[in-house]
Design a protein around this ligand. Structure first.
Ligand code: FMN
Length: 163
């Protein structure tokens, strides 16, 4: 049995919907236990116990969300040199960009010597005004389908041991 850990943070629910879509699809694969945890509740033991990772975060102020950064800050050194080669992928929920948050996750994952097994996935919610940015998001079905495909692929690769 392999374990896929999906770590996410959300403020206006978009990233949670993306993480749940990926998790639901990943659960369709036999031989993989899927754990979904909020970044604030995730620690080094959770990271060490998993075989693969899906990191999901909003882009806030051209960076990963602060609570996602806090997760990496707390877990980075306890897990360093103990995750080498494990597979991971990244999902970003952004208003209109998302590239810098994706780059940040990729840099941290490179430090951990994780193995990127899929291109980073960015969903833009097209929120522009303060009211739109602060409103609860509803991620469209076609974007949730992209998240599901990523979760399914990660889980399938873990189950088959191809990564
Ligand atoms: C303080 C703040 C800063 C933001 N900065 C960016 C940004 O730099 N680039 C971007 O594309 N979206 C930005 N956004 C928009 C969010 O990424 C977008 O609302 C996204 O849906 C948040 O994900 P969530 O629904 O999971 O919280 C920002 C939102 C907030 C609240």
């Amino acid at each position: 049995m392999k374990t896929l850990l999906i770590v996410y943070h959300t403020m206006t629910d978009g990233t949670r919907q993306m993480a749940e879509a990926a998790a639901d699809a990943a659960r369709g694969q036999q031989g993989v236990e899927v754990i979904v945890k909020r970044a604030a509740d995730t620690g080094p033991d959770d990271v060490l116990a998993a075989d693969g990772y899906l990191f999901a975060t909003p882009e806030n102020l051209a960076a990963i969300a602060g609570i996602m950064k806090d997760f990496f800050d707390r877990c980075y050194y306890p897990a360093l040199d103990r995750l080498n080669g494990r597979p991971y992928a990244t999902m970003i929920c952004a208003g209109s960009d998302g590239q810098n948050a994706l780059r940040q996750v990729e840099r941290i994952a490179t430090g951990w010597r994780l193995n990127p097994v899929a291109p980073g996935l960015i969903v833009c919610t097209h929120a522009q005004t303060p009211e739109q940015i602060l409103a609860t998001k509803r991620i469209p079905a076609q974007d949730l389908a992209r998240c599901a495909e990523l979760g399914e692929g990660l889980a399938a690769g873990l189950a088959l041991g191809v990564f």
